[in-house]
Design a protein around this ligand. Structure first.
Ligand SMILES: O=C(O)CCC(=O)C(=O)O
Length: 309
C-alpha cells in the first residue's frame, strides 16, 4: 500500500464486475443521482478510448489502465522526498507566490493529515498551533488556508519519475499529441477552484482520493453566478466558491448532507457531473470543460495536458 494511501481506503471492497462501456457506478458514489454521474469504462483499448470518448469530447472515468504504472507502488512519501525533496517549488496564489522545498511540503502534508485524523477522533483537540508551525503563512489575497502543491513538473523534465506514468497508453498514435504531465499533491480540504483549460486533460490518481465536478463548455449559463463572475470565467480566471460547511466532499461522510449538485452555485444546473476519483482511476475531461476539484484526503495525482500536434 502506498504511503499516502489512508488506511480506510484499504478496506473499500474492490468492484471487479465493471462491464466494458456499460455505465456503472462504484458503490461509494451511489448517492449521486444518475443524471449527475460521470460514466465509467474499464480497460478500454487506446482505439476504443479514442473513438468513443476522446474524439466525441465525452468525459469518462477510466479504470484498469493504470494497473501497470510503476507510480502506483513506487510513489510513497519517502520516495518522492528522495527524488524531489531538495527542489524548491513555487506555490502560486493569484499574482503572489510562496516558495517551499518539496521535501518540507511533503513531510508537513503528511503530519497535517495525521493531525486531521486525530481531530476527527477527538473533535475537542486543538490543532491550530501545530498546523501553523507546519506551513508558511499564505498571502492575504488568497482564500486558501494551507498550501496545495500544483503543477510540479512538467514530469518530462524529471526522467526518474517520468517513466513511472504511462498516459501514452491511451493514444493509438502517441506521436500525434503533445503531452505535458504535472504532479499535484493535495492536502485534505484543499481545492482547485472552478476554471477551464484549452488543453484536453486527464487526471490520474496515484494515491488518495479526489472529488471532481464537471460542467460542459456552455455550463456557465447553468451556474448561479453574477455577470462579473461569468466574465471572469470567460477570461480563464478560476472562481473561488464558498463551499457550504455541510457539503459532502467525501462520499463516505454521510453526516454532510449537501451533495455537489445541491451546491448553491450548481443547484439549478442540469449538466453538472461529479464523482470521487480514487487511486488507479483516470478521469478524462475535454478542453473547455469547467472543472472544480477537491482533495478528499492526502492525494497524489498526475494531470496530463494533451494538445493535438
Ligand atoms: O488536481 C487538481 O487540483 C487540478 C488539476 C487540473 O485539472 C488543472 O490544473 O487544471
Amino acid at each position: 500500500m502506498a504511503f499516502f494511501e489512508p488506511l480506510s481506503q484499504a478496506f473499500i471492497p474492490l468492484k471487479l464486475h465493471y462491464l466494458k462501456h456499460e455505465y456503472t457506478t462504484p458503490e461509494i458514489a451511489s448517492d449521486i443521482p444518475i443524471a449527475h454521474q460521470i460514466k465509467h469504462v474499464h480497460k478500454p483499448t487506446a482505439e476504443e478510448f479514442f473513438r468513443l470518448y476522446y474524439t466525441t469530447k465525452t468525459p469518462v472515468i477510466i479504470t484498469g489502465v493504470m494497473d501497470d504504472w510503476p507510480a502506483l507502488e513506487k510513489w510513497t512519501k519517502d520516495y518522492l522526498v528522495e527524488k524531489t525533496g531538495a527542489c524548491t517549488h513555487t506555490f502560486r496564489y493569484g499574482r503572489e507566490n510562496i516558495k517551499m522545498k518539496v521535501g518540507d511540503y511533503l513531510e508537513s502534508a503528511q503530519k497535517y493529515s495525521e493531525l486531521l485524523k486525530q481531530k476527527k477522533q477527538d473533535p475537542s483537540l486543538s490543532i491550530e498551533e501545530d498546523v501553523a508551525k507546519l506551513f508558511p503563512a499564505l498571502p492575504k489575497s488568497t482564500d486558501e488556508k494551507i498550501p496545495y502543491m500544483r503543477h510540479f513538473g512538467p514530469l518530462q523534465n524529471w526522467k526518474v519519475l517520468a517513466s513511472d506514468v504511462k498516459p501514452e497508453c491511451l493514444f493509438p498514435e502517441p506521436s500525434k499529441v503533445f503531452l505535458r504531465n504535472f504532479i499535484f499533491v493535495g492536502i485534505p480540504g484543499t481545492k482547485t477552484n472552478i476554471h477551464y483549460d484549452d488543453s484536453d486533460n486527464f487526471m490520474a490518481v496515484i494515491s488518495g482520493e479526489k472529488l471532481i465536478t464537471l460542467l460542459p463548455p456552455d455550463g456557465e449559463e447553468e451556474m448561479n453566478l453574477e455577470p462579473h463572475q461569468k466574465q471572469r470565467l470567460r477570461d480563464f480566471e478560476a472562481l473561488p466558491f464558498d463551499d457550504p460547511a455541510d457539503l459532502r466532499i467525501d462520499m463516505k461522510d454521510t453526516s454532510k448532507t449537501i451533495l455537489m449538485h445541491e451546491h448553491p452555485v450548481f443547484k439549478s444546473a442540469k449538466h453538472v457531473y461529479y464523482s470521487p476519483i480514487k487511486k488507479g482511476e483516470i478521469v478524462f475531461f475535454p478542453a473547455r470543460w469547467y472543472h472544480y476539484i477537491h482533495n478528499v484526503d492526502l492525494s497524489v495525482s498526475v494531470t496530463v495536458q494533451s494538445t493535438p500536434l
